[in-house]
Ligand binder design. Structure first.
Ligand code: UDP
Length: 313
């Protein structure tokens, strides 16, 4: 019998590539598409001889068709503040035009559809922790709006295809996730701190470091995706780790783990940087029986070899 076939947009990215691995593990054949704007072929090198896998370099902002598929996973989008600031217009395009194209593929083939959304939909949240029912506090014209509004629009188009075209959709709101294959230079806090600690450079804490984030190790995050993909839930579901840290505490954890003598230096806080972020994962717990298993210390330890190698380059 032919295996089910999945399309993963953004398949060469950090999460996209881990998702490709997981789907192959679930018995899918996988076609990954990626423009390689922020994704990297090297994230998929290990699948070079996998007969059930192929990577096609293409830009989903143009209409595309890779043949019949059973499931569309739409993950294409610059995702770190540094990347989406650099590629602001491309981010808005892939969240809008690219999302229409991905949904058209699902509609055409009667495939299920799963889209990566984000905790950035909540903006600088006034509700804490954030439940899926919270509509957010987003500056629509600020520097982060290229990402935040792109993803909010992505959710709107997805719900519209669900309501008007009966596409069988899932929306995951992803909170800060880390692990191997993150680009060392994508500017996010964990790769930055790991790189700086491993190279003996000062750790750059923005603002006074009192802003909070909660960090989910990639294997936990991917397990959450698979469970949501198999569920029948159409409303957004938060997938993230609910244990909250200040950024200063995160810097101290990285220093302790790496045994680095690096110092902490304080730099300006970027505009509209959310002051706090932490998912309420009641929905994921209840609907999917999911919760993360890997705490920050363990996850950082599991990532150390990767970051050590990457930091040498
Ligand atoms: N941050 C920091 N130093 C860095 C990179 C980031 O203090 O070198 C802070 C950033 O200001 C934010 C938090 O760490 O408050 C998380 O930033 P990241 O870019 O990882 O993602 P975000 O959650 O803001 O999308």
């Amino acid at each position: 019998m032919k295996p089910p076939r999945a399309l993963v947009t953004g398949g060469a990215g950090f999460l996209g590539s881990h998702l490709c691995d997981a789907l192959l593990g679930e018995g899918y054949s996988v076609v990954a598409v990626d423009s390689l704007l922020t994704g990297r072929r090297s994230n998929l090198d290990h699948l070079r001889n996998e007969s059930r896998f192929e990577l096609r370099e293409l830009d989903i902002n143009q209409p595309f068709d890779c043949g019949q598929v059973d499931y569309v996973f739409h993950f294409a989008c610059p995702a770190s503040p540094v990347d989406y600031t650099l590629h602001g217009i491309a981010t808005l395009k892939v969240g809008s035009v690219g999302t229409f194209h991905a949904l058209e593929v699902a509609h055409k083939y009667g495939a299920k559809y799963f889209v990566s959304s984000t905790s950035e939909c909540y903006g600088d949240p006034l509700e804490h922790p954030q439940k899926e029912t919270y509509w957010g506090n987003v500056n629509p014209i600020g520097p982060r709006s290229v990402y935040d509004e792109a993803k909010r629009f992505t959710e709107a188009v997805t719900m519209a295809y669900h309501r008007y075209h009966k596409v069988d959709t899932r929306i995951v709101r992803i909170f800060n996730t880390y692990g191997p294959r993150m680009q060392l230079n994508d500017g996010r806090v964990i790769p930055n701190f790991m790189k700086q600690a491993l190279r003996g450079e000062d750790l750059t804490v923005y603002g006074d470091g009192s802003q909070t984030r909660s960090f989910c190790f990639v294997s936990d995050e991917i397990e959450g995706f698979l469970r949501l993909a198999k569920s029948t839930e159409h409303m957004p579901v938060n997938i993230g780790n609910p244990v909250e840290f200040t950024i200063l505490e995160c810097a101290r954890r990285v220093l302790a783990l790496t045994g680095s003598n690096s110092k902490i230096k304080y730099e300006a806080l970027p505009q509209d940087d959310p002051k706090q972020r932490c998912p309420d994962i009641t929905r994921a717990r209840t609907l999917l029986g999911w919760e993360p298993k890997i705490d920050l210390e363990t996850g950082l330890r599991l990532s150390l070899d990767y970051f050590r190698q990457a930091a040498l380059i």
